[in-house]
Design a protein around this ligand. Structure first.
Ligand code: F6R
Length: 613
């Protein structure tokens, strides 16, 4: 949801900003822009609608933009105002003394803008951000001696969320920054410093960083960084060293990040499990996570958005089946406004790859406010959700750059499977033998993923077929019903093919009226106990001349006689087979999108990190 970067040091700031913006492009790609401080302190702004490559081309052709060692940049996911040049960041104050890049939303911008207009100020965009530039400048103009004070006074009038970088005329050696409810980190180099929405923006230069807290302002020069908290008190906080290395945020030999991330899954699954099993049983002691609290829960709530919520659906199925504890899965954007019923002996998980999703964060705050014990399942260790939750279970999947999640979904689901075994074992709802067997099977899941990824050639036909189609249905029962939502989302979000997930037995209650000649139905059948029931539903589709692509295990091969095409999964534990089927569909979606000539990693209208409600 917009990415911002600031650089100050000896290098060419234009290059640093562009490379940071490319790393942040997954956060929004409607437009981008940079501001550089030229010699003499004048600020030059260049911005352009479209991808960062458009901005790069503009900068290459514009010889009037001089080398500079300080600048700020922005990549936009449009909220207020169309994605055009005028609405692109950076934005400037009324007389151009202040230049701003902003991630977040200024909720009271209409009234603040009216105040500025009443003072005679003129606006050149429809954005909420421009009002911040005006407000800061208005405060700064009072004496031009206290930029930090001007920033603090201006944001005190704003409501909403911000990650902000600000340049002030007359202060050519300093970037000012502020944060509230949008992520912002300082990256510390040698004789150079960065400010960015995400660590990946400066990972190629430094792994040493510090996440700003809500209410913070920072004064950043090449040699020094001062951080002031919401009360204006100078802070002395410890720096952190990133676990990720610079190569983990590069595509390497792959054609796109999604393909790379799909293929990383055997490795990311192993990273997730490392140190989390002992004597063939789950072990969360290194996480400081007490499973007995979970085992005592009357109800477990899992709150998340999108694919993270889909992993919760899988978690619900497996926790309820093994541990016999009711699990309520809730969409974060609904949860916070429905006055959720939670009791003191319940337990709540929030799940978020980025750890910054605004709705999930708001849900976590509500959970905490109600005094419910909680833990976050996150990928980004320095994220706000990770910092605010009572407990944290890191999935350790490394940077996920493609907008459509793949490896994070698998790891989120798998950690829930491991928790299910741990809780069920604690409660005695599964035998010692079964607990050890299943834990062992989880630890060998990465081999099954590798084996599956070796036979992806067999998925090319269905992907080719889907390229020319308008719609697809995913059907499944039981465990498969818990996972088809994710498979369906993958296809629709990166190919724009309309796709829906249905309980196989539910199709005939209305939706089957849409199944006519050659309509695509992708059937998951990994749940042996339900093979024959799923077969009946497949036959219902075939009777209407639909095209059925079946994903099943060896035992289910006999179902293939009733289908048009079948993909047989490698041998794997029954509970893990549906996750393997999702990975198949991740790959089908990738192939289809690529075959259609689309941008696999950056589907239209989407952004990776959704920091607005
Ligand atoms: C879809 C996808 C999204 C995210 C959702 C939550 O491929 O990635 O649906 O799962 O926006 O994001 P996080 O997990 O960062 O909270």
């Amino acid at each position: 949801m917009c990415g911002i970067i600031g650089y100050i040091g000896q290098k060419d700031a234009r290059e640093e900003l562009l490379s940071g913006l490319y790393a942040l492009e997954y956060r929004g790609y409607d437009s981008s822009g940079i501001a550089l401080v030229a010699q003499g302190g004048l600020v030059t702004v260049r911005k352009k609608k479209g991808r960062i490559s458009e901005l790069e081309a503009l900068l290459k052709s514009d010889t009037s933009v001089k080398r500079s060692g300080i600048g700020i940049g922005h990549t936009r996911w449009a909220t207020h105002g169309a994605p055009n040049d005028a609405n692109s960041h950076p934005h400037r104050g009324n007389v151009g003394l202040v230049t701003v890049v902003h991630n977040g939303i200024i909720e009271n911008y209409v009234e603040l803008r009216a105040e500025c207009i009443a003072r005679g100020e003129e606006f050149s965009s429809e954005t909420d951000t421009e009002v911040l530039a005006h407000l800061i400048e208005f405060e700064f103009e009072k004496d031009r001696k206290d930029p930090l004070g001007a920033l603090q006074r201006a944001i005190a009038k704003a409501q909403g969320s911000w990650g902000l970088c600000v340049l002030f005329e007359g202060y050519p050696q300093t970037i000012f920054a502020a944060k509230k409810d949008s992520p912002l980190l300082i990256g510390f180099g040698k004789g150079e410093n960065y400010v960015a929405s995400d660590i990946t923006a400066f990972l190629s230069s430094t792994r040493e960083y510090l996440p700003l807290c809500d209410g913070d302002c920072a004064v950043v020069s090449a040699e020094n960084v001062e951080i002031y908290d919401a009360k204006g008190t100078l802070q002395n906080r410890e720096h952190t060293i990133a676990l990720w290395d610079k190569d983990s945020a590069q595509k390497g030999a792959y054609d796109c990040f999604m393909n790379k991330e799909i293929h990383e899954q055997p490795e990311t699954v192993n990273k997730l499990l490392k140190g989390r099993t002992k004597d063939s049983l789950p072990d969360f002691s290194a996480d400081g996570f007490d499973v007995s609290r979970l085992a005592k829960a009357e109800t477990i709530h899992i709150v998340a958005c999108g694919s993270a919520m889909h992993s919760a659906l899988y978690g619900k199925h497996i926790i309820e089946e093994l541990a016999r504890i009711p699990v309520k899965v809730e969409v974060a954007s609904e949860f916070r406004y429905e006055n959720p019923i939670m009791k003191e002996n319940d337990f709540a998980f929030v799940i978020s790859q980025s750890g910054e999703t605004a709705d999930t964060l708001a849900a976590l705050r509500l959970i905490k406010q109600r005094g419910i014990p909680n833990a976050a399942i996150v990928n980004v260790a320095a994220s706000t959700i990770a910092r605010e939750a009572d407990g944290v279970l890191l999935i350790k999947a490394g940077p996920e750059i493609a907008v459509a999640t793949t490896k994070a979904y698998t790891s989120q689901s798998l950690i829930l499977a491991l928790l299910a075994v741990a809780v069920a074992y604690k409660k005695g709802t599964i035998s010692d033998k079964y607990a050890r067997e299943f834990t062992h099977n989880i630890t060998t899941f990465s081999d099954s993923i590798s084996e599956m990824l070796e036979s992806t050639k067999k998925l090319e036909n269905i992907a080719k077929r889907l390229e020319n189609q308008h719609s697809a249905f995913f059907i499944g029962r039981g465990r498969d019903y818990a996972t088809i939502f994710e498979a369906s989302l993958k296809l629709k979000e990166i190919t724009y093919i309309h796709s829906e997930a249905y309980a196989a037995g539910e199709l005939k209650h209305g939706t089957i009226s849409l199944v006519t000649d050659d309509v695509n139905v992708i059937a998951f059948a990994t749940d042996k106990d339900l093979f024959d029931k799923t077969l009946s539903n497949i036959k219902e589709v075939k009777a209407r001349r639909g095209y059925v692509f079946l994903i099943t295990g060896k035992d289910g091969e006999y179902l293939s006689h009733s289908c048009d095409e079948t993909f047989v999964l490698p041998e794997v534990d029954d509970h893990l087979a549906p996750l393997l089927a999702v990975i198949c569909c991740q790959y089908i979606a990738y192939l289809t999108s690529k075959g259609m000539g689309l941008d696999v990693d950056k589907p239209r209208n989407l952004a990776k990190s959704v920091t607005v409600e």
